[in-house]
Design a protein around this ligand. Structure first.
Ligand SMILES: CCCCC/C=C/CC(=O)SCCNC(=O)CCNC(=O)[C@H](O)C(C)(C)COP(=O)(O)OP(=O)(O)OC[C@H]1O[C@@H](n2cnc3c(N)ncnc32)[C@H](O)[C@@H]1OP(=O)(O)O
Length: 391
């Protein structure tokens, strides 16, 4: 495979289709100044705004500098000789040797600036510019009419949550909790709300092996679910289509759940050798009775939107043809209510459960950490991936 045919997906570089590009001459514009973390973040956002593909060489350089700036010198095993793309990325990163993180950060900022002359220095990025979608690889985030909408945006993967998406959702929730919107909405792009945890998350094994992988996963999951437990404003799910796994369990932490009649709700944890998360081991039995919760969480019974509504998991179901129009009309009316009153009312309703929810979250993550190391789980994941020809 030649360079001109390789598509390189660089973290924080929009995935641009590479067909045939001239090699870009890099003009590093070093300054004596050190780039701040803010400059670095702005540069990462600017990369996404590049109108022209910068070419493979520049993208590899960006990748390497990004990794060096955020993780330090390359210390991961060298990919196999046939793993061309990952090997090229590894080579680029490894070539930076022991370059200090601060220098890598500065070089990254300089490189981005040389690639985007019209955007120039990060300090020229308009403060307070609407964060609309920019800066996110897996989400579309918009804010208008008092509503911040976080849309899961991996439609070709049925909005499966990869590690990047977990981080981006946490970031978007934090930003939404601090912005001037009154309510926050989570929804999915395409035909699915979400197919749950991205099962390819299990394939990227760090040098510390599967134990380290499971430990890191549990830490990330706990932090991720914690953001939902602590979210201070009304949080509404617009379930536009089928929902699987963690995208279902989290619904117990939302303040209202509106669903299209096309939506289904499926938690096949036992099938996957896993156990419930998202505080569902506590919220589901409370919402729908222990027996109904066990049908879902233990036996993996898939519910229709109507059934989920009858059991209290969904607040209201709408015909798919009018779902968007009807729900947005309603949400816009909610968003006109006094925001402080809504926030305080939510707090008084939710606060007495918070401590309990955090304890449940911690316990679920610890149990899952063990489950991820089980043969039952590993076999189920391998089955899915080989069915999908990923192995
Ligand atoms: C930090 C870690 C935290 C972990 C928290 C734990 C959470 C637990 C869970 O969430 S368990 C639930 C896990 N999800 C699943 O088991 C769903 C798996 N997917 C499917 O069963 C099916 O894909 C489907 C029913 C969602 C859709 O089937 P359909 O036939 O309509 O479509 P495809 O299968 O062809 O899917 C299209 C492409 O999307 C990829 N994909 C879909 N879901 C996932 C997923 N969860 N993980 C990874 N990839 C997924 C699928 O592989 C196809 O990709 P391709 O086009 O490249 O082949």
């Amino acid at each position: 495979m030649g360079w001109e045919q390789i598509e390189i997906s660089v973290p924080n570089c929009s995935s641009l289709q590479v067909i045939s590009f001239p090699v870009v001459q890099l003009h590093l514009n070093r300054t004596a100044m050190r780039a701040s973390q803010k400059d670095f973040e702005n540069a990462m956002n600017q990369v996404k705004l590049l109108k022209k593909d910068p070419g493979n060489e520049a993208k590899l350089k960006l990748y390497a500098l990004y990794k060096q700036a955020t993780e330090g010198p390359c210390n991961t095993p060298k990919p196999g000789v046939f793993d061309l793309i990952n090997k090229a990325k590894w080579d680029a990163w490894n070539a930076l040797g022991s370059l200090p993180k601060e220098t890598a950060r500065q070089n990254y900022v300089d490189l981005v600036s040389s690639l985007s002359p019209s955007l120039e220095s990060s300090s020229q990025v308009e403060p307070g510019t609407d964060r609309k979608s920019t800066g996110y690889e897996t989400l579309m985030v918009t804010s208008e009419d008092g509503i911040t909408k976080i849309m899961l945006n991996r439609p070709t993967k049925k909005n499966a949550l990869n590690v990047e998406m977990y981080h981006e959702i946490m970031h978007a929730l934090k930003a939404a909790s601090e912005d001037d919107s009154a309510i926050t909405v989570l929804t999915g792009n395409g035909d699915y709300y979400s197919s749950g945890n991205d099962l390819t998350n299990f394939t990227d094994i760090p040098p510390g092996g599967v134990e380290e992988k499971a430990k890191n996963g549990a830490i990330l999951l706990r932090e991720f679910v914690g953001c939902f437990i602590d979210f201070p404003k009304p949080l509404i799910a617009m379930v536009n289509g089928p929902a699987v796994g963690i995208s279902v369990t989290l619904l117990g932490l939302f303040d209202a759940v509106y669903a299209s009649d096309r939506a289904t709700f499926h938690t096949p944890f036992s099938h996957l050798g896993q156990s419930p998360e998202g505080c569902s081991s506590y919220t589901f039995p409370k919402i729908m009775s222990p027996a109904k919760a066990i049908e879902m969480l233990v036996f993996g019974k898939k519910l229709t939107a109507g059934e989920a509504c009858a059991q209290g998991l969904v607040t209201e179901v709408f015909p798919d043809s009018t779902f968007q129009k009807e729900v947005w009309t309603r949400l816009k009316a909610f968003a006109k209510l006094p925001p402080n009153a809504m926030r305080i009312s939510k707090e008084i309703i939710r606060n007495r459960e918070k401590e309990k929810l955090h304890a449940v979250n911690a316990e679920e993550c610890s149990v899952l950490q063990g489950r991820w190391l089980s043969d039952e789980c590993m076999n189920a994941v391998v089955n899915f991936l080989s069915r999908k020809s990923k192995l």
